[in-house]
Design a protein around this ligand. Structure first.
Ligand code: AP5
Length: 213
């Protein structure tokens, strides 16, 4: 299965990616996670990415495209992959199309998650991420057993800088202006599937798997 997840920030792509990657036995490739890993390691890429991410803007295509192209050469992508957060504009979608054409590995599906802005804001404002393993939780919808501590590894939970209210508004605007056009791009290609991202995580996962069958 070669799959892309698309949807506004906070729609639950990362949460669902964990279920889908396990169900289809494919690697979960999140460009946001790769950038955050580099920020944590204080690499050159991390420093550059941070200057864009903290404002809710896209990291330049010149950096992001080559990073994904390289990731798709790793052996774990031989039987497929799940891209989460990439592509994020028409230029990235065109770039990916060329890479996949060269590799002879066409996409099977693009799964869109739809959710109202009011719910998105609640999800983002309450999200907490583990400094240790990167697992995601929520202060209201997916509470850890001990406040501030990751259930999975015991690491410290923190709020992403781009989940602060003032940055969320720009991320939503960037999504509407730059990312939303790729939905029509993949609709025209005949591989778009859209599901509602409202409800329990397990119900949405079942909906996603049914849509991909
Ligand atoms: P990225 O990390 O990709 O962020 P995003 O797309 O904005 O998506 P999020 O991670 O915020 O949300 P999600 O949909 O994964 O939701 P989640 O499952 O966590 O990108 C960050 C930045 O990196 C970008 O702004 C950009 O600067 C840069 N970047 C990344 N890719 C790039 C690219 N291709 N090009 C250029 N720049 C790029 O869920 C959210 C919360 O809701 C969680 O707390 C979760 O517990 C909760 N939740 C999930 N499902 C439910 C549910 N069903 N009910 C209740 N709560 C739920």
């Amino acid at each position: 299965m070669r799959l892309i997840l698309v949807g506004p920030p906070g729609a639950g792509k990362g949460t669902q990616a964990v279920h889908l990657a396990s169900n289809f036995s494919i690697p979960h490739i999140s460009t946001g996670d790769i950038f955050r890993f580099n920020i944590k390691g204080e690499t050159e890429l991390g420093l550059l990415a941070k200057s864009y991410m903290d404002k809710g803007n896209l990291v330049p295509d010149s950096v992001t495209n080559d990073m994904v192209k390289d990731r798709l050469t790793h052996p774990d992508t031989k039987n497929g992959f799940l891209l989460d957060g990439y592509p994020r504009n028409i230029e990235q979608a065109d770039f990916l199309a060329n890479v996949l054409k060269e590799n002879g590995t066409p996409l099977d599906a693009v799964l869109e998650f739809s959710l109202e802005n009011a719910e998105i804001i609640k999800r983002l404002a309450g999200r907490r991420v583990c400094r240790g393993c990167g697992a995601t939780s929520h202060v209201e919808f997916d509470k850890p057993k001990v406040s501030g501590i990751c259930d999975a590894c015991g690491g410290e939970l923190y709020q992403r800088d781009d989940d602060k209210e003032e940055v969320i508004a720009n991320r939503l605007a960037v999504y509407a202006e730059q990312t939303a056009p790729i939905i029509n791009y993949y609709k025209q290609a005949g591989i778009l599937k859209t599901i509602s991202a409202v409800g329990e995580v397990s119900d949405i996962a079942a909906r996603a798997i049914a849509a991909l069958k």
